[in-house]
Design a protein around this ligand. Structure first.
Ligand code: 9UX
Length: 66
């Protein structure tokens, strides 16, 4: 398992949290958004899903991974 914290721009409300966490969870990874901090902590199995796919899923929701 791998763990990483990404900085994600554009998350400002609870619906954003649900969108981002849901998109990552759909890939079989665990995500926890820290809204005040503008970050997302992700636990994932790198043999099952790539970090690149996780970043794309977040960006597809309309947020910028920086
Ligand atoms: Mo809330 Mo987030 O109205 O993009 S869903 S700001």
């Amino acid at each position: 398992m791998s763990n990483i914290t990404l900085n994600v721009q554009g998350m400002t409300c609870g619906h954003c949290v649900n969108s981002v966490e849901g998109a990552v969870q759909n890939l079989g990874a665990a995500a926890k958004v820290d809204l005040p901090n503008g970050s997302v902590t992700i636990d994932y199995d790198e043999t099952k899903v790539s970090l690149e796919a996780i970043k794309e899923a977040i960006e597809d929701q309309g947020y910028d991974v920086v």
